[in-house]
Design a protein around this ligand. Structure first.
Ligand code: NAD
Ligand code: UD1
Length: 341
């Protein structure tokens, strides 16, 4: 199978690209390198011992996209490309809607012209907003609270309308919970630019000494220890979820829209994550409790049973693997891929 991976130079895309290549698929990565570099793909290439087919281009540029689809005959598309910083999306909503929604529309139009109708889309648990019931099932109301989440919800709606209009489309919207960890080689991992927004990259940068102290955003939530609870999922498990979704769609007798949670079903608090990381590295992580971060929810964790039932997929890696692999990546690459530039 020849699979187009948009955003394949990024964090989740690079891990998924590697797994697709490992199982024998042909992959073309399309990425504008807005939040990544080609070094991730060079590392993937070293791990698989094969060159990577990479096209630098932007989903917003319809000419580039047209050229891409004229040049190759893809069987399916795994669509990671998007902007993902919540705070930035509040400050720059038009940029987020333009990049994420218009970029996806451009992609879908080219797919339609080329008669390629199988798509895996990176959605997010952020579409649930502040969930009213836990664990969160796919039936929970979609109520995003920021432009980033809105862009994901809007794309899901577009994909649903597309499936209604033409029963040949096979589409999976995968709602990721909190991806963490790295490839066990320590060669590829998450490389946020600037100060990390997310918990685990920040914790690991405190551990290497790049940052002084972690701010824990609130200890007065209605959770067992007062800190926020999330469903952290190892990026290797997440990548496998994409392969399982591709297989599922390929085996459907006709068109299909699948909307599915990819999480572990287990929530951990911020303090539990810090403790697990301290155990992994054998030294304390410096942190202080500060006020709540605006827009945060107390608890969010998945009901992952639909993914197990339909995709025969279940997260296999626990909190220890998440910490060990995060640490291996971070300690080998304290400044991420930039060290090599
Ligand atoms: P990432 O930023 O590492 O990867 C996204 C990639 O897309 C980057 O390499 C970027 O350069 C590229 N890109 C962005 N806009 C593009 C455009 N217009 N044209 C071409 N390439 C473009 O992010 P990630 O963590 O790997 O996330 C992948 C996807 O999963 C995103 O859509 C994100 O919204 C979604 N997601 C991520 C998380 C998370 O916590 N990492 C959680 C839920 C959903
Ligand atoms: C964030 C995004 C969400 C996205 C998700 C997955 C926000 C409001 N939401 O969610 O849209 O889908 O990432 O990547 O940004 N924490 C600290 N100190 C820090 C960083 C985080 O205490 O420096 C806490 C948070 O308050 C939260 C937990 O750690 O309780 C996890 O935070 P984070 O990694 O940012 O993920 P989410 O808040 O779940």
């Amino acid at each position: 199978m020849h699979i187009l991976v948009t955003g394949g130079a990024g964090y989740i895309g690079s891990h998924t690209t590697l797994q697709l290549l490992e199982r024998g698929d042909t992959v073309t990565v399309f990425d504008n390198l807005n939040n990544s570099s080609t070094i991730s793909l060079e590392r993937v290439s070293q791990l698989i011992d094969k060159p990577i087919n990479f096209i630098q281009g932007d989903l917003i540029d319809t000419n580039e996209l047209h050229k891409l689809f004229s040049q190759f005959q893809f069987d399916s598309v795994v669509h990671f490309a998007g902007l993902k910083a919540v705070g930035e999306s509040v400050a720059q909503p038009l940029r987020y809607y333009q990049n994420n929604v218009s970029g996806t529309l451009n992609l879908l139009q080219e797919m339609q012209k080329a008669n390629i109708k199988t798509l895996i889309f990176s959605s997010s648990a952020t579409v649930y907003g502040d969930p009213q019931a836990l664990p969160v099932t796919e039936e929970a109301p979609v109520k995003p609270t920021n432009p980033y989440g809105q862009s994901k919800a809007m794309i899901e709606k577009i994909l649903s309308d597309l499936c209604d209009s033409d029963s040949e489309w096979r589409i999976a919207c995968l709602r990721y919970f909190n991806p963490v960890g790295a490839h066990p080689s320590g060669y590829i991992g998450e490389d946020p630019s600037g100060i990390p927004n997310n918990l685990m990259p920040f914790v690991s940068q405190v551990a290497t000494g790049l940052r002084e102290c972690l701010s824990v955003f609130g200890n007065d939530y209605d959770t067992p220890d007062g800190t926020g609870v999330r469903d952290y999922i190892h990026v290797m498990d997440l990548a496998q979820g994409h392969l399982a979704a591709l297989d599922y769609l390929a085996n459907q007798p006709s068109g299909k829209l699948l909307t599915i949670n990819l999480g572990t079903g287990r929530g951990y608090s911020v303090l539990e994550m810090i403790e697990a990381f301290e155990k992994t590295i054998g030294k304390p992580i410096s942190y202080r409790i500060v006020g709540r971060r605006s827009g945060d929810v107390a608890s969010c964790y998945a009901d992952p049973s639909l993914a197990e039932k339909l995709l025969d997929w279940k997260a296999a890696r626990g909190i220890e693997d998440m910490c060990i692999d995060t640490w291996r990546w971070q300690s080998n690459n304290p400044r991420g891929y930039r060290e090599q530039q």
